[in-house]
Structure formats: C-alpha cells, structure tokens
Design a protein around this ligand. Structure first.
Ligand SMILES: Cc1ncc(COP(=O)(O)O)c(C=O)c1O
Length: 379
C-alpha cells in the first residue's frame, strides 16, 4: 500500500476521501502530461508526424477504454467529460414535441441538465422515477412510466447522491422490450466497479477521466453500440466527425459513435488519460482495485453506523461512495469541520448529506480517523 500511495502524493497532503469528485493524480500521469507539454514546447505541434502520433495515442485510449468496458474500440468516442457524452446523446435523439424521457431522482446535473435543455428546445416531457429509497426496484418503477412516446431512459449506474448501484441490466431489458434507448452516466462506476456494456446491454455509456480513473480533467469517453448509434444524430459536427466531405455535397459522417468526435484536443490531456489507463489496468490491476474499493466502502459503512446520530443512506448494493447524515448538525458544518482537520469529503444535495469516496489508495486508518473526527462533532 505504501508503494501505491507514494505514486499519488496528494493522499499525503490530506485524508483524500473525495475521489468521487476527482481522483488524486498519479506520478505517471503527471510525468506523461509534462513530457507532452515539453515536447510541444521544444518540437512544436504542427507537423504531420505530430498529428499521426496523436492519432495513435487516441486509438490507444479508445482501445484501453474498450477493454475496460467490454466493447470494441470502434464503439468508443473520446469526449471531454461525462456530461459531454450525456449531452451528445440526449440532444441527438430524434425528439418530436410531446416525446418523453425518463430519468430518476438520484441523478447528477450531468444527466439532468441535457434533459432540461432537450425539454426547452424540443418540447419533450421528462418523467422522474422515484427510486431514492428503492433503487433495487428501479426497473419496475421505470417500466410503469414508459409510454409509446418514451424515447430515452437516462440515468446513472452509481448515484452521486446515495452511492446506490442501479440495476442497469434489468432496466435495459425493460427498456428494450419497449424499444427505448438507454443512456448511462458512468461517472461514479467507471474504474470503481466492473462494467461490461455488452452484458449490461446498454446503448450508450458515458465516462470521465478525472474521477476513479485518476486522469486529467477535460477527458472522457462515450460508448455507443453500433445498433443504437444510427438512432442518434450529430449535434456538434467537426472534422473529427467525418468519414469524408465535399464542399458542395456535404458531410459523410463516420459510421459509429466516433461521429461525435469534433476537433482539436490538448495532447497533454490525451497523454495523461492514456497514462491513467495504463496505471490502473497494468500497474494496479482492475480486479484488485474493485475489490479494495468495495472492501473500504463496506468498512466505512460499518464505522459510520457505529457513530452516534449518524445515519448511513447508502444501500448495501453500492460501489465506492458512502453517503450519510448527522442528525441536528448541518452537513456544511460537518464538512467544514472535517476539512479543518485535513479530512476531505463533500456535501451532496437531495437530500442534503455528506459523502465520502473510498479509492483503492485509501486506508482503514483514514476511515477510522474520519469516524473519530465525527464523534465530537455530533455530540
Ligand atoms: C454521477 C455523475 N455524473 C456526472 C458528473 C459530472 O462529471 P463530468 O465533470 O465528468 O462531466 C459527476 C461528477 O461529479 C457525477 O458524479
């Protein structure tokens, strides 16, 4: 563990229990990004060689993401963050006024705001499944909301609020029985729990680089199945979109999800994203990371449950987020008091609560430190 922790120096500067917001940057990601910037400084960034090299890096990132998500590299588009992927799909559906989308009351703005924008622009109706206290029942609750006007179900795999792991496979079975597309926000699942998009049978799955992958901000990816992609149109067209074009005739887009890729990206970000993939998959090992995250989340639940007046909201079926409330003390006050002691967690809304995240680089001692710091605060 000390060897792993030495590679993510930020975990020594604080008790880092907020990977759900952004993971600590590993040394190898920093090195790759600095190396890229130095090469841009020394060698420039405008030759054909440079662009061919970038194309190779992008192909490697798509391939690693495909391996992590259980799909083909051609089914991965590179994006700028989770929300980017959520927007690309949500706003690309062939909406007609009066069409319907379904989401849940466990969602982040990354899923909700693109739906709100679609409502403003296309006149759709958004139906919200109330699964706050019954995430396991999500498939049945959602099925009751489906009508012949439903075109999209947009929801997260792991709720950023309660940390609940939603039964995405069951939801997809229900959706597909009714011919509805499913878009999954994978911000809190990718790199935290095993994800196989083919087994889950999702149509689209959006992931970030900066959270459980520990990569740079400004990076992410979107899985889109070959079958579903033809049902979603391009919102942002750029040269990344095209297979070919004709000045007078128009654009022939790429056949798959890569039609959503647009234009220039920062090479240092790509270098960091690739280094993060390599660190997690080759140096750390995904299976070990998943089981460690799960183990620590379970330990956190137990420790918190033993603190008087603390109520854990996270259900047993969860990933690396643990959400709790302290009766009669405001969540903001608790978060601030913990921060003053060097313990970084965060507040979440709906319902207003506190949330910690257990990265594989965290330790049992850090969780005990958190529980011990809470005890005097709740008195
Ligand atoms: C569930 C969920 N979705 C989306 C986001 C937004 O992620 P990004 O900044 O990658 O768009 C977050 C980030 O906190 C999240 O927790």
């Amino acid at each position: 563990m000390s060897q792993i922790r030495s590679q993510v120096p930020a975990v020594h500067a604080q008790v880092y229990l907020n990977t759900g917001t952004a993971g600590p940057i590993p040394q190898s990601v920093h090195t790759a990004m600095v190396h890229s910037l130095e090469s841009q400084l020394a060698e420039g960034r405008s030759t054909m060689d440079h662009f061919i090299k970038m194309g190779g890096v992008m192909a490697e990132i798509r391939a690693t993401h495909a391996a992590m998500l259980g799909c083909e590299p051609g089914e991965i588009a590179l994006t700028h963050n989770t929300t980017d992927g959520m927007n690309l799909v949500t706003l690309g559906v062939n909406w007609q006024p009066g069409d319907e989308a379904i989401t849940t009351n466990l969602e982040h703005p990354g899923a909700l705001f693109p739906l709100f924008a679609a409502r403003e622009r296309f006149g759709i109706t958004i139906k919200m499944a109330d699964v706050l206290n019954q995430p396991d029942e999500a498939a049945a609750v959602i099925e009751r909301l489906i009508t012949h006007r439903t075109k999209l179900i947009s929801l997260s795999h792991v709720s950023f609020i309660t940390g609940a792991l939603l039964p995405v496979k069951e939801i997809c079975e229900v959706a597909h029985r009714h011919g509805v597309l499913v878009l999954v926000d994978g911000a809190q699942s990718f790199g935290a729990v095993p994800v196989n998009v083919k087994e889950l049978e999702v149509d689209f799955y959006a992931v970030p680089g900066q959270k459980w992958l520990c990569g740079p901000e400004g990076t992410g990816a979107l899985y889109g199945s070959q079958a579903a992609i033809s049902q979603v149109q391009i919102t942002f067209a750029g040269y990344g979109t095209m297979d070919s074009y004709n000045m007078y005739g128009g654009l022939l887009p790429k056949g798959g999800v890569q039609k959503f890729e647009q234009g220039t990206v920062q090479p240092a970000n790509l270098a960091g994203q690739l280094a993060a993939c390599s660190w997690l998959t080759e140096d750390i090992g995904l299976d070990w990371a998943f089981s460690r995250i799960r183990h620590l989340a379970g330990a956190a639940r137990e420790l918190l449950a033993a603190v008087p007046r603390v109520k854990v909201l996270t259900p047993a079926e969860a990933a690396g987020l643990v959400t709790f409330q302290v009766s009669d003390v405001s969540a903001d006050h608790v978060a601030k008091a913990l921060l003053d002691q060097g313990i970084v967690i965060r507040t979440v809304p709906h319902p207003w609560s506190l949330r910690l995240a257990t990265g594989f680089y965290n330790t049992e001692e850090e969780l005990e430190q958190l529980a011990a710091a809470l005890t005097p605060l709740v008195r």
